[in-house]
Design a protein around this ligand. Sequence first.
Ligand SMILES: Cc1ncc(COP(=O)(O)O)c(C=O)c1O
Length: 348
Amino acid sequence: MIVHSRPTLSEADAQAVARVVRSGWIAQGHEVEAFERELAAFVGQRDAVAVGSGSAALHLGLLALGVGPGADVIIPTYVCDALHHAVSHTGATAVLAGADAGTLSLEPDDVKRRLTARTKAIILPHAFGLAAGAEAFLAMGVPVIEDCAQAIGALDAGRPVGSRGALAVFSFYATKMLTTGEGGMVAGGDPALLARIRDLREYDERTDLSPRFNYKLTDLQAALGRSQLGRLPEFIGRRRAIAERYRQALAETACALPPDAAGGRHVYHRFVLGVEPPLPPLLERLEARGVQCRRPVFRPIHRALGWGPYPDADRLWDRSLSIPCYPSLTDADVQRVAEVLSDALERR
Ligand SMILES: Cc1ncc(COP(=O)(O)O)c(C=O)c1O
């Protein structure tokens, strides 16, 4: 079976973690500090704070922006549940916005329609590796958290994703662009915001009892993250090469291909095709031939809440298919995926 997603790990990664084990200092320490500096430099932000997950990064980012009870935060409905949970944990209300069929992220006009005096933040995912066009959202007068969980390394109008929002969040879950097993980071340019996040991520030895968390990353994880970050350009190159192979192989089939990587805008965390519904029998047929594919979003959030209508998000959910696309696929795997997909999809 060619699985839908898998981490890309090396002997150098193992050595990096082993060095930390041998050092005897395994909790948050110098490796975490170095990882923070290196990631901030990579994404073009002044500073960054490492945390235990992308979810924790979102949670602390919102708290640092002063989001709490009585506030609204605009998020897409076509996204993973982590965004809704992070907003809920602050006591604020998540306002769901519709989907842009081109970026698979927020649609700017729909976001504008939902802005009110209560809106305290917008969370803008660069979905599935594609830069979402932050410019339109940055002009709305509300702090933007760029969610780069799936898109570190992509360029948005020539600048790294995550370099322009009030804050940017990252996830290092096992199958993300780079991994620490579980992990996350918040990057930003405002020292006061980052100081608040640093303060909230740990509770030890504080004179006051203001509620704080244990959201720390460990040096074990940071060592893996630094090793992975060093190879990120290589990972992105491989993802783009695989995507190009798929684009050529599927050009004559009846599917909508994802945007190309022009201007560095796509790093292909996912290679998402638009296909004719219904998806479940197609997923089963592909799996029966040894290629595991997935819907890129488990289900839009409005469906869990019974809200709507969100016709564009429903349409994406009905038609979007994510096929295996990650650096550790061999050329033979890629060839096999392309063949099985070409057979399964109608000709134009
Ligand atoms: C866009 C987006 N934001 C945030 C997260 C949450 O990250 P984590 O799983 O590290 O908590 C994810 C996870 O898949 C994600 O895809």
